[in-house]
Design a protein around this ligand. Structure first.
Ligand code: NAP
Length: 322
């Protein structure tokens, strides 16, 4: 099969399209013929070994200390079940499925445990749209619904509102009843307003978080703000929620997250079939929609990685795999 392979850490150019053997299936696995996969900021971090905020060593131990342990990137996929292991009961050959694997999705075939975060793809979504869901929707659900526990009428600022996580965060915050402000650059103002933001801040024209803005939640998906810098814009018991908490911020969270005053909360996104079902339910109800920056053919995988590296993609970058 054809796959996008990286054998060393580095820039987008380290990824090459190669002929490799199909993945071996175990009894609990499902073999998926992948039709579309996302190239996410996680793929960028793994490929470039760009782990944030003091987590370089942890990242390297996870991905491979000297070179990548799994040479095929890609977590979020959509495709058709080609084969099932003998212990798999949730899926059958021919099922259209999408979900999140621990790697290996930038290839024509992917072996993924039948118990992985993976569900049947609704007919109303294309494979490209389905592959755009897991990373951003699961993260938005984990951070806004589960960690921040947004309530109706709260004032919420999403920094990075046009990015992979931001586009879902704006829509979900709006769906949860918040008064949403999205921050982005000029060229994305219209997009962010179309996602349901009540207000849009153009960070190229002024400050991201105006002192006195009284936000109940500032969700920074980019890493361009600090807790101290955001405090004047937070309401008295407001929460600052960085998507990529640094070691220092984890310590700050320990001391502030349960107090009565302004707090910093931290967390990590979790993937589950239940949250994919929730996302699909909200998409079908018209509350959420996937945003696709561009679909690249497999032969242009390097361009797809470059686009992700730019940190200015709108929503998801997708690679089409057949
Ligand atoms: N902790 C977790 O569990 C978890 C889960 C998922 C993701 N993450 C992390 O979250 C981060 C965000 O991922 P993503 O996929 O959403 O990223 P992304 O798609 O690259 O988003 C980039 C966003 O940042 C904005 N931006 C770029 N430069 C900016 C600046 N100087 N000031 C303000 N905004 C700026 C862009 O807006 P414009 O183009 O308009 O400038 C765009 O909205 C990544 O670092 C990822 O590793 C963490």
């Amino acid at each position: 099969m054809q796959a996008c392979v990286y054998e060393e850490y580095g820039p987008a150019e380290v990824v090459k399209v190669r002929e490799v053997t199909r993945p071996r299936m175990k009894d609990d696995d499902v073999l998926v013929r992948v039709h579309a996969a996302s190239v996410t900021t996680a793929d960028w971090r793994f490929r470039a070994s760009a782990f944030p905020g003091g987590f370089w060593l942890v990242g390297r131990l996870m991905v491979g200390l000297l070179r990548p342990r799994n040479p095929i990137l890609g977590m979020d996929f959509s495709g058709v079940v080609e084969e099932t292991g003998k212990r798999v009961t949730r899926f059958r050959v021919g099922d259209r499925v999408f979900g999140s694997a621990s790697g290996g999705a930038h290839a024509e075939y992917l072996a993924v445990p039948g118990s992985a975060p993976m569900i049947h793809k609704p007919d109303g979504l294309t494979h490209e749209q389905a592959a755009a869901i897991p990373f951003g929707a699961n993260t938005a659900l984990a951070f806004l619904r589960d960690i921040a526990k947004i309530r109706a009428s709260q004032r919420v600022l999403v920094v990075g509102a046009s990015g992979g996580v931001g586009v879902w965060a704006v829509q979900l915050a709006r769906h949860l009843g918040a008064e949403v402000t999205g921050a982005c650059s000029t060229r994305n103002v219209e997009l962010v307003a179309s996602l349901g933001a009540h207000h849009v801040v153009d960070y190229t024209a002024g400050p991201l978080a105006e002192p006195g803005a009284d936000y109940d939640l500032i969700f920074d998906t980019v890493g361009v703000t600090t807790f101290a810098g955001c405090k004047p814009a937070l309401a008295d018991a407001g929460t600052y929620l960085p998507l990529n908490a640094s070691v220092r911020q984890l310590v700050q969270a320990l001391f502030t997250s349960s107090g009565k005053g302004k707090k910093l909360k931290a967390g990590i996104s979790s993937n589950s079939s239940e949250s994919l079902e929730t996302a699909v339910g909200l998409i079908e109800a018209g509350a959420l929609r996937p945003v696709i920056d561009k679909v690249y053919p497999m032969t242009e995988i390097v361009e797809a990685h470059r686009r992700v590296d730019s940190r200015h993609k709108r929503g998801s970058v997708i690679v089409a795999l057949g």
